[in-house]
Design a protein around this ligand. Structure first.
Ligand SMILES: Cc1cc2nc3c(=O)[nH]c(=O)nc-3n(C[C@H](O)[C@H](O)[C@H](O)COP(=O)(O)OP(=O)(O)OC[C@H]3O[C@@H](n4cnc5c(N)ncnc54)[C@H](O)[C@@H]3O)c2cc1C
Length: 532
C-alpha cells in the first residue's frame, strides 16, 4: 500500500493541479518524444514511423481542465510545440519506412508461417507481467513458453492492487488477503489525516500476497495452454536475419527443489521473446535496452500482537518526512496475519537502513514488540528503459520500467503491459499464423505511451512538488483532508481513470495548495505530535 496508496495519495493533489493546468494534455507527447530512437534504430523499425502524430494527439484519461498558471501553461505549450516540431521532423524524414510499399507487401507475404506451424513466443519471467502475457498468447493459440526460475517466488512487494484489477483480470476475491478501506497519511510532524471517507461500501484497495497472486496467474496461463518451464534463463542468441529464430539457453529445474538445485542446461528456439523478468532483467541486457534510474525499497514483515493487528485489519499507513525517506514515502501495510513496514529512496540508497530505522521509530507506538519474520529489499524502476523493443523482443512490466513514480505502483501496470503486448502479437501475427517484426511490436509501445504516458508524467511531477521538503510534505498531508482530493485520488487509483472532474473544485484546490505551501514554508514547523 505504501506503494499503492501513495499512488493514490501523492498523485492526488498534484494530479488535480496539473489537470487543472491542462498540463497533462500538453505533455501527452512528452514521454514518447523524449524517447524517440535515433535514426539508425528508426530505420530498423521499418513501418513504425507514424507513431509521432499518434503520440502527439494521444488521449488521456486524466482529464483536462482549466488553465492555472498562465505562465506555466505558456511554457508548457512552448515546450510541446518544440517537441512536436522535432518529432514531426523525425517522423517525416528519418522514421519513414525504408522499404517501399511494394517491398513491404512482399515481405509480409513472405512472413506467412507454413501451414500447421504457429508463432513461437517465449515469455521470460512469471510475475504478473509475464503470466498475463503468456495467458493472453496461449488463449489465442500461439505456441507459448513461460520460463520462471522460482515457482514459489515471493517477490518483495507491498501487494496493494487497485479494485479494477480484480474485474479486468478476472481475479477471484479470495485472492485478496485484506480489503483496505482506511488510509492514514502521516505528515513529518505526525499530523494524521484519514482518507478513504469517500469510498463506497463495495470499494477497497486489495492487499495480496505475491506468492498467491503470481501462482494463480501462472497456473491460469498453463491451464490455457502455456508451456511452463521451471528454469533460470541464462541468455539468448540474437538472430542475424529476419528468418532466423532466437536461441534461448536456460537451466531447467524441473523435478528439482531447494537452493542446491543445479538444473540441466537446455536450449529453446522461438520466434519472439517477451522480457518479463523484472527490474534486473537479463533479457533487457541481452538486447542492450539501456539502464534506468531505480529506487531501492526495503521492507520488514512483522508479526504484531492481536490488539495492534486489529488496528491494521483494514488500514494502511503512509508516512512522509525527511527522517523516513528523502524522496519517497514509508509505509505500514496490512498482510494476511502480519504487517509490512518499509521505505524506499532513489537519491540516498546507502542511507536506506537509516530510513528504515526512521519508519520503525515513527510507527513505534503501533508496531512495538513486533517480531520480524522476513526482511526483503528490491529495486523499483523509476522510469522506462531507453529501448523497450528491439528486433523481435519486447520488454514489459518492471523489465520495461513501468512502475509509477511517487507511488511505486507496478503490479497492475505489469499485468496490463503484459496483456497489451500479447494482444498486439496476437493481432499482428493473425493469431500466430504470421511472423512478426519489430515494427509490429512497436504498436504496443505506441499504445502504452499514449494511454499511460500522462500518468507517469503527473506522478513524477507530484513527487518533485511534494517530496522535496518537510514543509511541502506537511502541505501535501493537509490537502489530503479535502474531500475532493480524496474522491479524485481514489477514483484515479482504484479505476485508473478520473471520473467527474470538477473545474470549480480544481480551482479551489489550487488556491488551497498555494496558500498551504506558502504558510508551511514561511513558519516554523509544528511541534512533533505523538501517535496514539
Ligand atoms: C518493496 C516493494 C514494495 C512494492 N509494493 C507494491 C505495491 O504495494 N503495489 C504495487 O502495485 N507494486 C508494488 N511494488 C512494485 C511491484 O512489485 C512490481 O512493479 C511488480 O512486481 C512488477 O511485476 P513484473 O511481472 O514486471 O516483475 P516481477 O514481479 O519482478 O517478476 C519477475 C519474475 O521473473 C522471474 N525471473 C527473473 N529473472 C529470471 C531469469 N533469469 N529466469 C527465469 N525467471 C526469472 C522472477 O523470479 C519473477 O518471478 C513494490 C516493489 C517493491 C520492491
Amino acid at each position: 500500500m505504501p506503494i499503492t496508496i501513495c499512488v493514490g495519495m501523492m498523485p492526488v493533489v498534484l494530479l488535480l493541479l496539473l489537470q487543472a493546468a491542462g498540463i497533462v494534455n500538453a505533455f501527452v507527447a512528452l514521454p514518447v518524444t523524449a524517447r524517440l530512437p535515433p535514426v539508425s534504430r528508426m530505420k530498423a523499425l521499418q513501418g513504425n514511423t507514424r507513431i509521432a502524430p499518434a503520440h502527439i494527439q494521444g488521449s488521456t484519461n486524466h482529464g483536462q481542465g482549466l488553465s492555472w498558471a498562465a505562465a506555466t501553461a505558456v511554457a508548457m505549450t512552448a515546450i510541446t510545440v518544440v517537441r512536436r516540431a522535432r518529432l514531426c521532423a523525425c517522423t517525416d524524414s528519418q522514421a519513414r519506412p525504408v522499404a517501399s510499399s511494394k517491398c513491404r507487401v512482399a515481405l509480409m507475404a513472405g512472413d506467412k508461417l507454413p501451414e500447421g506451424r504457429k508463432l513461437r513466443v517465449a515469455v521470460v519471467g512469471g510475475g504478473p507481467g509475464g503470466a498475463c502475457a503468456a495467458d493472453e498468447l496461449a488463449k489465442a493459440g500461439i505456441e507459448t513458453y513461460l520460463i520462471e526460475r522460482k515457482l514459489d517466488n515471493c517477490k518483495p512487494c507491498g501487494g496493494a492492487i487497485p479494485l479494477c484489477m480484480l474485474d479486468e483480470f478476472d481475479l477471484p476475491l479470495d485472492i485478496v488477503d485484506r480489503q483496505v478501506r482506511k488510509m492514514t497519511m502521516i505528515s513529518p510532524t505526525n499530523k494524521e489525516v484519514q482518507i478513504g471517507q469517500t469510498l463506497k461500501d463495495n470499494e477497497f484497495i486489495g492487499m495480496v500476497r505475491r506468492e498467491v497472486l503470481d501462482s494463480f496467474l501462472r497456473n491460469r496461463a498453463a491451464d490455457n495452454g502455456a508451456k511452463m518451464i521451471n528454469g533460470l534463463f541464462l541468455g539468448m542468441e540474437i538472430p542475424k536475419d529476419k528468418s532466423e529464430p532466437y536461441l534461448l539457453t536456460y537451466n531447467d529445474f524441473s523435478g528439482q527443489d531447494g537452493n542446491s538445485r543445479k538444473g540441466d542446461k537446455k536450449t529453446l528456439e522461438v520466434d519472439v521473446v517477451i522480457g518479463a523478468d523484472g527490474a534486473n532483467s537479463r533479457v533487457a541486457k541481452d538486447i542492450s535496452a539501456g539502464d534506468y534510474e531505480y529506487a531501492i525499497a526495503f521492507q520488514e514483515r512483522m508479526k504484531i500482537d492481536d490488539a495492534k493487528m486489529e488496528y491494521y485489519k483494514d488500514r494502511a499507513e503512509m508516512y512522509v518526512g525527511e527522517d523516513v525517506s528523502p524522496d519517497f514515502y514509508a509505509w505500514v501495510f496490512p498482510k494476511s496475519n502480519h504487517v509490512a513496514v518499509g521505505t524506499g529512496t532513489v537519491i540516498d540508497k546507502k542511507g536506506i537502513q537509516r530510513y528504515q530505522q526512521g519508519i520503525r521509530d515513527r510507527a513505534a507506538p503501533r508496531i512495538q514488540g513486533g517480531e520480524i519474520i522476513r526482511v526483503e529489499a528490491h529495486p523499483i524502476p523509476e522510469h522506462p528503459r531507453p529501448w523497450r523493443v528491439n528486433d523481435r523482443t519486447a520488454l514489459i512490466g518492471d523489465a520495461a520500467g513501468y512502475v509509477t513514480k511517487c507511488s511505486g505502483e507496478g503490479i497492475y501496470f505489469a499485468a496490463k503491459s503484459g496483456r497489451m503486448c500479447a494482444q498486439t502479437i496476437v493481432k499482428r501475427s493473425e493469431n500466430g499464423t504470421r511472423m512478426i517484426q519489430s515494427y509490429d511490436l512497436m504498436e504496443y509501445i505506441r499504445e502504452w505511451d499514449a494511454k499511460y504516458g500522462p500518468t507517469y508524467f503527473v506522478l513524477d511531477a507530484l513527487q518533485k512538488l511534494f517530496y522535496t521538503s518537510d514543509a511541502a510534505r506537511e502541505s501535501f498531508v493537509e490537502l489530503c483532508e479535502e474531500e475532493y482530493v480524496q474522491q479524485v485520488t481514489f477514483d484515479s487509483y482504484l479505476y485508473k481513470t478520473v471520473q467527474g472532474n470538477d473545474p470549480v473544485g480544481d480551482v479551489k484546490l489550487l488556491g488551497k495548495t498555494i496558500s498551504s505551501l506558502v504558510k508551511n514554508n514561511s513558519k516554523a514547523p509544528d511541534a512533533m505530535r505523538t501517535l496514539a
